[in-house]
Design a protein around this ligand. Structure first.
Ligand SMILES: [Cu+2]
Length: 187
């Protein structure tokens, strides 16, 4: 066998191989360029294809109600930012506002009375350190007040429709046990 003819065959095979690779690359590049156009045509021609990037539905705006502390969302009440003395004095004059003071001695006043279904505002002032007040009843689980030392904050919410005593207390460890609890009477 002539070694030169063997080399020649090898060369031909290599050249053909290179041409095939170039052809494959050309086909791949060509088809990838056409892909966006094809997708566009598909979307136009077949309206029933689900499109992922349609604008998300806007969540419904919460229905806000008025209170002594301003507008609030009855479904998800939020406590106010810390209030200064002037603001506290101003809102305290309004109806259905209840001022509570909290200290290691307890919550003062221990009881207050509200009308069923009425919008009320609680204002909580911490005398000493951090306190977090919540109601025991699950119907008021979204009502929360958290105050740091010397801070005053308020929260507005709709009083339960069912009459009874609604216990509230400080959720900080050991605070309820030392007397930081009270009751909201709903009439
Ligand atoms: Cu406390």
């Amino acid at each position: 066998m002539n070694p030169f003819s063997g080399n020649k065959n090898k060369k031909i095979i290599i050249i053909v191989g290179i041409l095939i690779v170039i052809a494959i690359i050309y086909i791949i590049v060509k088809s990838s360029q056409q892909t966006p156009i094809n997708v566009g045509n598909n979307l136009q021609n077949q309206g029933n294809i689900p499109v992922d990037n349609k604008p998300a539905e806007k969540p419904a705006e919460p229905e806000l109600e008025n209170s002594a502390l301003g507008k609030f969302n009855p479904v998800a009440p939020e406590q106010t930012l810390p209030m200064d003395e002037k603001k506290v004095e101003e809102v305290s004059k309004k109806e259905n506002v209840f001022n509570l003071e909290i200290s290691p001695k307890g919550i003062s006043p221990k009881e207050f009375t509200v009308s069923a279904g009425e919008t009320i505002s609680l204002i909580l002032t911490s005398v000493n350190s951090m306190h977090t007040v919540q109601f025991e009843d699950s119907s008021l689980s979204n009502v929360y007040l958290g105050v740091l030392a010397g801070e005053t904050r308020g929260v507005s919410f709709v009083a339960p429709a069912k009459s009874g005593n609604y216990v509230f207390y400080c959720t900080q460890p050991g605070h309820r046990e030392r007397g930081e609890a009270g009751a909201m009477r709903v009439k």
